[in-house]
Design a protein around this ligand. Structure first.
Ligand SMILES: [Zn+2]
Length: 170
C-alpha cells in the first residue's frame, strides 16, 4: 500500500517535471520568434545591399566598403540564425535530464551524467501549445452563448440546443 507521503512526492515530482518541460518549450518558442525577427532583419539587409549595388551600378560608381559592410552584417545575422537553429534542435531532439539539465540522446533511458531516468514525451505538443497560447484569445463561448446569463438560461437562450454540451445551463 502506498503511503500518503509517497503519493504526494510523486505528484510533486510530476508537477516539477511539467514545469521544466513547459520552460523548455517556452525557450524553443522564444528562439523561434527570435529567428522570425532575424529573418526579417536579413531581408532588410538584402534589400539595402541590393539598393546600394543598383545605385552604384547605375551611377557607374564603386563603393566596395559599403557593400562589404552589408555582406558582413548579413553574415553576422546568418550566424545568429544558425546558432538559434542549433539550440532549437538541441532542445527538441535531445532528451534533457530533468535533474541536471544534461542533453542526452533521444534513445537514452538514463542521464549519462547523473543517472536520472529520462522522460520521453512529445515536446512538439508542448511547443504547439505554447505557440498557440501567444495568440490573442477569444472569450466567446461556442454554442448557444447563454453561459453568461446562466440562472435564467432557459428564458434567455431561446435556441433549440438543449443538448449542447458547451451550454451547461440544462
Ligand atoms: Zn542528469
Amino acid at each position: 500500500m502506498a503511503n500518503i507521503n509517497e503519493v504526494m512526492n510523486t505528484a510533486k515530482g510530476l508537477a516539477d517535471l511539467a514545469g521544466k518541460k513547459a520552460g523548455e518549450a517556452v525557450e524553443v518558442s522564444k528562439l523561434k520568434i527570435n529567428n522570425i525577427k532575424i529573418n526579417g532583419e536579413i531581408q532588410k539587409s538584402y534589400e539595402k545591399l541590393g539598393a546600394f549595388v543598383y545605385k552604384f551600378r547605375k551611377n557607374g560608381e564603386e563603393n566596395s566598403a559599403l557593400v562589404d559592410m552589408c555582406v558582413k552584417e548579413i553574415d553576422e545575422l546568418l550566424a545568429v540564425l544558425e546558432q538559434n537553429e542549433q539550440k532549437i534542435n538541441e532542445t527538441r531532439h535531445k532528451a534533457k535530464c530533468p535533474d541536471c539539465g544534461t542533453l542526452n540522446d533521444l534513445q537514452a533511458v538514463y542521464c549519462m551524467k547523473c543517472g536520472t531516468k529520462l522522460q520521453h514525451e512529445t515536446e512538439d505538443q508542448y511547443v504547439e501549445m505554447n505557440v498557440a497560447s501567444t495568440e490573442p484569445e477569444t472569450s466567446a463561448t461556442p454554442g448557444c452563448g447563454c453561459a453568461q446569463t446562466c440562472g435564467q438560461a432557459e428564458k434567455t437562450c431561446g435556441e433549440d440546443q438543449p443538448e449542447n454540451p458547451s451550454c451547461g445551463c440544462e
